[in-house]
Design a protein around this ligand. Sequence first.
Ligand SMILES: Cc1cc2nc3c(=O)[nH]c(=O)nc-3n(C[C@H](O)[C@H](O)[C@H](O)COP(=O)(O)OP(=O)(O)OC[C@H]3O[C@@H](n4cnc5c(N)ncnc54)[C@H](O)[C@@H]3O)c2cc1C
Length: 261
Amino acid sequence: MSLRIVVCVKYVPDATGDRHFADDLTVDRDDVDGLLSELDEYAVEQALQIADEADDAEITVLTVGPEDAKDALRKALSMGADKAVHVEDDDLHGSDVMGTSLVLAKAIEKTGYDLVICGMASTDGVMGVLPAILAERLGVPQVTLLSEVSVENGTVKGRRDGDAASEQLEASLPAVVSVTDQSGEARYPSFKGIMAAKKKPVEALELDDLDIDADEVGLAGAWTKVDSATERPARTAGTIVKDEGEGGKQLAEFLAGQKFI
Ligand SMILES: Cc1cc2nc3c(=O)[nH]c(=O)nc-3n(C[C@H](O)[C@H](O)[C@H](O)COP(=O)(O)OP(=O)(O)OC[C@H]3O[C@@H](n4cnc5c(N)ncnc54)[C@H](O)[C@@H]3O)c2cc1C
């Protein structure tokens, strides 16, 4: 039987762009370009390697996000995933990790899965908790933060590297894993891959398709709330020390003033 792999990929605001909060203190996602979270490229790569080793495997990439999140799905498809699922609904606006994980869990159950692969954290929220919450919601084992992962005879195995030790972990499928940026360089999409991705299926789902009520997600269903946010102050010009014989002394005084030395 085919090994069904679902990779959760997030569309995130470009970290090099100018990011702002909207009036309701959610991240303003309309005003800034986005892209596939770099850390999720590692998850796609590991899915492709596991699929290569399996006799028969199918990789579905899944995102919960706005219209533009299709770009993240296309990138993952151009790397080699087989199909995509995009959950988009106006009522998702303001969903926190509890809402997002609920939507992902329902979409994964609807798609069917043996193995779910996530990134170690997103590059915007950076909580690193979603994979564990997802496993809990699905009622399956979780093996998180792996820097090496493989699947053999219905078991997922991997290595988690800590400061003091490396652990070898395994779980029976179905299971959720997350992989780190040490798991292996993600491939670049080839020209052939980019062209092929245009023809791969992208299934669009709304909350109704997943039997989720609007008040379970969005700002209404969020467990967390942003009370206030302050714009980062604009960068100042900095201090220029002109060396007219006293440069070293002035530099040392400046560093001491800033408590660097
Ligand atoms: C349109 C929209 C509006 C949102 N508004 C808010 C808001 O106002 N406040 C708020 O707290 N949160 C909001 N979220 C949710 C938030 O962006 C995160 O998706 C969620 O909180 C998970 O936290 P994290 O990004 O820190 O993921 P982590 O806990 O760091 O988990 C990392 C992994 O989980 C997976 N993952 C995470 N998010 C997604 C996703 N959306 N789709 C697919 N895979 C995913 C990826 O594999 C990723 O590598 C919004 C999300 C969307 C799509």
